[in-house]
Ligand binder design. Structure first.
Ligand code: GLC
Length: 463
C-alpha cells in the first residue's frame, strides 16, 4: 500500500501501479543506506592505502588552517562546470571576507578546445578593467586556481588531470599538468600572473569555511557535480610518500562522485539511471555523482517521464521534440515542481505545456510529474548522507566537539528540503548527543574564496 503522498488522485490502476513501482525503486530504507555507508568506508580505506582506487582520496598539499586573523587582498580563478569567475578576495582579519568578482560564461569553443586561453583572457579582462595589470618592475600577481575536476596533485601548484567529469571534455588535457597549461596561456598574453596554488573546489570550500569558523573539518559541493574534502590525520594516509606536514594533517580531496563506478553493485541503480549512464559522455564513471548532483537529476526524471509516456501512462502517450532531447528537463524544473502546491499544479502545468511543449496535461499527469520530482530529489538527499556519515565516522574523535561542515552548490542551496532530508538521514547514523555537535553551513562561493586563502598561505610560506 503506498504512502498517501504517493497516491495519485484520479489515476488509473495502471498509473498507480507504475508510481508504486517507482516508489519502491527510489525510496531507500535505513538498512540499505547502512550497507552503502559500510561499503563507502571500505572504499575510503582502500583509497588511503594506494593510488588509482575508486575513491581517489587525493592529498591536496594543504595542511594548514587559516586562523581567521589574516588580512589583505588575494586573487583567485574559479573554473566550474559552466562558468569561470575571477575574484579579488579581501580578508578582514575577523573571519570575514569581501569579494569582488567577474563571471565569464564558458563558450562552446572554450569547453571543447581553447579552455586555457579563454581563462587567461578572462584574467586579463579582470585585471585590465580594474587597472591592476602589473607593469614594468611590479611583482607578478599570485593567484589561486580552483579547478573542479580530478587532479593528481604533485605539489601545491601542480597536478595532472586524471579525467574530465561533468560537462567538460577538452582534448589534450588528460595526463597533463593543468597549472602548466594555464601558466603557458598567461605567458602567451604577456600577463605577469603566477598560479600559486591549484585547488579543488571542495578544498577551497573547506578552507573558506575554516577562515570563518575554526571548527570546520569538511567541505562539500552539492552542485552540478558532487565531492568532498576533509582534514585527515597524515599517519592514516599510508600511500603518502612526501614529507609529513608539521600540523600532522592534510586536506584530502576524496573525489567521492566516483563511488561504486567500478562495480555498480551498491548504489540503488534503476533502469533510468543505467540509461542516463549509457548515454552520458563518461559511461561507467561518477556513479554516485550521477544520482546526486544537479547536472543529472533532471535527466533521470526525463527518463522516467518517457518510460511512463511510452506505456501511455503519462500525457496519453504523447511526447515532443523538446522532451525527446537529452537534458531538456533541467534540475531546476524539479525544484519548482516539488514546491508547487497550487490547486491546479499550475507551475507544473507550465513546465509540461510551455517549457516541454506537451499540450493538454491532465491533473493526473501533473501529480505524477510532481511525485517523480520528489522521488528523484529525495533519493539524492538521502544518498548524500552516505558520504557525510562515512567521512565523519572515519574520525570519530572529532564528533565529541562542535564540528562545522562548509557546503556549497545549487542542490544544497536551492533544492527544496535537501538540507533537511540530508540532516535527518545523518542523524539516523550519528544520533544525539553527537549529532548536536554537527553544523551544516552554507559556504557561499567558498571555492573561489578558499583558493585565494590557499594562495595566501602558499605565498606566505611553503605549505
Ligand atoms: C566533480 C569533479 C570534482 C569536483 C566536483 C564538484 O565530481 O570531479 O573534482 O569537486 O565535481 O564540483
Amino acid at each position: 500500500m503506498s504512502e498517501s503522498i504517493y497516491l495519485v488522485e484520479c489515476a488509473t490502476a495502471e498509473q498507480q501501479a507504475a508510481v508504486d513501482e517507482l516508489v519502491k525503486q527510489f525510496l531507500l530504507s535505513d538498512d540499505k543506506l547502512a550497507s552503502i555507508i559500510k561499503e563507502f568506508r571500505r572504499r575510503m580505506e582502500e583509497g588511503l592505502a594506494a593510488d588509482g582506487r575508486v575513491l581517489k582520496m587525493i592529498p591536496s598539499y594543504v595542511s594548514e588552517r587559516p586562523t581567521g586573523s589574516e588580512t589583505g587582498s588575494y586573487f583567485a580563478i574559479d573554473l566550474g562546470g559552466t562558468n569561470l569567475r575571477v575574484l579579488r578576495v579581501t580578508l578582514d582579519g575577523k573571519g570575514g571576507v569581501k569579494t569582488e568578482q567577474q563571471k565569464f560564461m564558458l563558450t562552446e569553443e572554450a569547453k571543447t578546445r581553447t579552455l586555457f586561453d579563454f581563462i587567461a583572457q578572462s584574467v586579463e579582462t579582470f585585471l585590465d578593467d580594474r587597472n591592476l595589470r602589473p607593469t614594468g618592475q611590479q611583482p607578478a600577481i599570485s593567484m589561486g586556481f580552483t579547478f573542479s575536476y580530478p587532479v593528481q596533485q604533485t605539489s601545491i601548484n601542480s597536478g595532472i588531470l586524471v579525467q574530465w567529469t561533468k560537462g567538460l571534455n577538452v582534448p589534450g588535457c588528460v595526463g597533463r599538468d593543468v597549472v602548466r597549461l594555464l601558466q603557458d596561456a598567461l605567458l602567451r598574453l604577456g600577463l605577469r600572473v603566477k598560479v600559486a596554488a591549484l585547488v579543488n573546489d571542495t578544498v577551497g570550500t573547506l578552507l573558506s569555511a575554516a577562515y570563518t569558523d575554526p571548527s570546520s573539518q569538511m567541505g562539500i559541493i552539492f552542485g552540478t557535480g558532487t565531492n568532498a574534502a576533509y582534514y585527515e590525520d597524515i599517519s592514516s594516509v599510508a600511500k603518502w610518500k612526501g614529507t609529513n606536514p608539521a600540523s600532522g594533517e592534510m586536506v584530502l580531496n576524496m573525489e567521492w562522485g566516483a563511488f561504486d563506478s567500478d562495480e555498480f553493485a551498491f548504489l540503488p541503480f534503476t533502469p533510468h539511471d543505467i540509461k542516463l549512464d549509457r548515454k552520458s559522455i563518461n559511461p561507467r564513471k561518477q556513479a554516485y555523482e550521477k544520482m546526486i548532483s544537479g547536472m543529472y537529476l533532471g535527466e533521470i526524471a526525463r527518463n522516467i517521464v518517457l518510460w511512463l509516456a511510452d506505456q501511455r501512462l503519462l500525457f496519453d502517450g504523447r511526447s515532443s521534440d523538446i522532451l525527446n532531447s537529452m537534458w531538456s528537463i533541467d534540475t531546476s524544473y524539479l525544484s519548482s515542481a516539488v514546491t508547487d502546491d497550487s490547486p491546479a499544479l499550475s507551475e507544473i502545468q507550465q513546465i509540461i505545456e510551455k517549457t516541454l511543449n506537451v499540450s493538454n496535461s491532465t491533473m493526473a499527469d501533473r501529480r505524477i510529474f510532481k511525485i517523480i520530482s520528489v522521488l528523484v530529489g529525495e533519493r539524492a538527499a538521502r544518498l548524500s548522507s552516505v558520504g557525510v556519515v562515512a567521512t565523519l565516522t572515519k574520525r570519530p574523535e572529532l564528533l565529541d566537539m562542535p564540528i562545522n561542515i562548509g557546503i556549497d552548490g545549487s542542490m544544497y542551496e536551492h533544492f527544496p528540503d535537501f538540507e533537511r532530508i540530508l540532516a535527518e538521514a545523518v542523524s539516523r547514523f550519528i544520533p544525539e548527543p553527537q549529532f548536536r555537535n554537527i553544523r551544516f553551513s552554507l559556504a557561499k562561493d567558498g571555492s573561489g574564496v578558499g583558493a585565494a586563502i590557499i594562495a595566501m598561505l602558499a605565498t606566505k610560506k611553503d605549505i
